[in-house]
Ligand binder design. Sequence first.
Ligand SMILES: Nc1ncnc2c1ncn2[C@@H]1O[C@H](COP(=O)(O)OP(=O)(O)OP(=O)(O)O)[C@@H](O)[C@H]1O
Ligand SMILES: [Mg+2]
Length: 497
Amino acid sequence: MSKNILELTNVTKNFPGVKALDNANFKLKKGSIHALLGENGAGKSTMIKIITGVYKQDFGSLIIDDNKQSFSSPNEANKSGISVVHQERNLIRRFSVGNNLPKNNLGLINYDQVAEQSKKWLDIMELDIHPNTIVSELTVAKMQLCEIAKALSLESKILLLDEPTSSLSPQDTKNLFSLLKRLVKEQDVSIVFVSHKLEEVFEICDEVTVLRDGKNACVSENIKNLDRQKLVKLMIGRDEQIIKSKENKNINKENLLDLIKINTDLGHKEISLNLKKGEILGLYGLVGAGRTELIKCLLGLDRIISGKLVLNNEEIKIHSPKEALEKYKIGYISEDRKKEGLILMHDVLTNAGITVWSKLKKILSFLNNGIIYNKVDPYVKKLEVKTPSYKQLVSNLSGGNQQKISVAKWLAAGTDILFIDEPTVGIDIKTKAYLHELIINLSKSGTSIILITSDMPEMISLADRIITMKDFKVVGETMNNHNYDDMSASIMANIHE
Ligand SMILES: Nc1ncnc2c1ncn2[C@@H]1O[C@H](COP(=O)(O)OP(=O)(O)OP(=O)(O)O)[C@@H](O)[C@H]1O
Ligand SMILES: [Mg+2]
């Protein structure tokens, strides 16, 4: 029996109005991979932050390698051999990738060394990025991989990974997992792994701890004693709700939005596709297929070189997302919530109101919080956003709850067309089912949706029709019959043709 390298005993952490951890326990065995699970707001990130000295617990103890520890800063935790990838990515966006990797002991940057060291970790992660690339130019997935490379470069004995795979492609995830397994086997590293993707947990984890409302639903349970059903029950306190396949809707035959032979500055070639009223059109593709980039070009964030964009049989030109919303009632739920979706220093209500406000201000000369509240509250309730009040700062919400606000405000905004990019990243399995229901209802009530998701089951349960993209081109189109085996086979055939 290997010993515990890390132990939390009866740890409690209070925030104003919230008990984030309530007498919680956790034990990490040396040389194991341990899943830390629970719904959005259950207390996972808070636990990680207590271990790494970001927060101090109100009660309870932290023991590392048989020594009682209390780190007063993340730096101290680092020095004791703990590295962490936080859920909110911590890279400094205007710095280069290399400069985001650690400095030497004196805190000085030796640029040659930085380039050399970062190259080593970027290579191990199979990341084809030059160390001098500016971080803000990277996609969310690449940023996530750099963040992981940064944590690995410290060569720590304990590695804490808070939703490291949320934005990664299946291939990147596979590479990461083989790397983690190697670290455990060859260097006896101990790993804590947070994820909402249960398949991943069964693939790489040895033990599981589940939190529910800050309390333990289980502590260090051997994964062999659990199956998906049991795990879900521990997390949400009841059985999983399986989303029913969608019944056929009456989709209008006429095209609402037409893309005709669009070529873009970013390299899209002759993209032609159409979206009908009340339809959910899925865009499937591997990372790098150019889906998010296509949406950005449609919204005027990058240039369309040639081709036509036609709305209601009239050619239009969109210069900015603001114009898309105000003039054409087209909304955009971005995959990069931090950069484009939320204002973290503002409260929940203000964030929820940002889009609705743009729409309503034309009708009303003034807009009060009551109106925003009435519009958004049903969505916030349905998605079970965990917040003590609407006055809470969004930065104080858990990652998944921030995501819910960012999606809820758009669902409430009442646009005619909605571009939705990776809506359920970081959202727990229970809320994911509710969110799917909301998206389906929205389309039934006439909203037309272009949905980008890398989650194949999500695509197959939501989309009416699926367009497959590869290398910035459309390579296939299939009506969705909602049969998983059929659909995933035909989509993958398009990709590999
Ligand atoms: N700095 C803070 N101030 C106030 N409340 C906070 C703060 N940090 C976390 N909380 C609250 O503590 C609870 C637990 O949050 P935590 O981030 O640990 O959840 P989580 O399990 O990581 O959820 P997710 O899956 O959404 O990331 C939440 O209700 C959250 O709003
Ligand atoms: Mg979290």
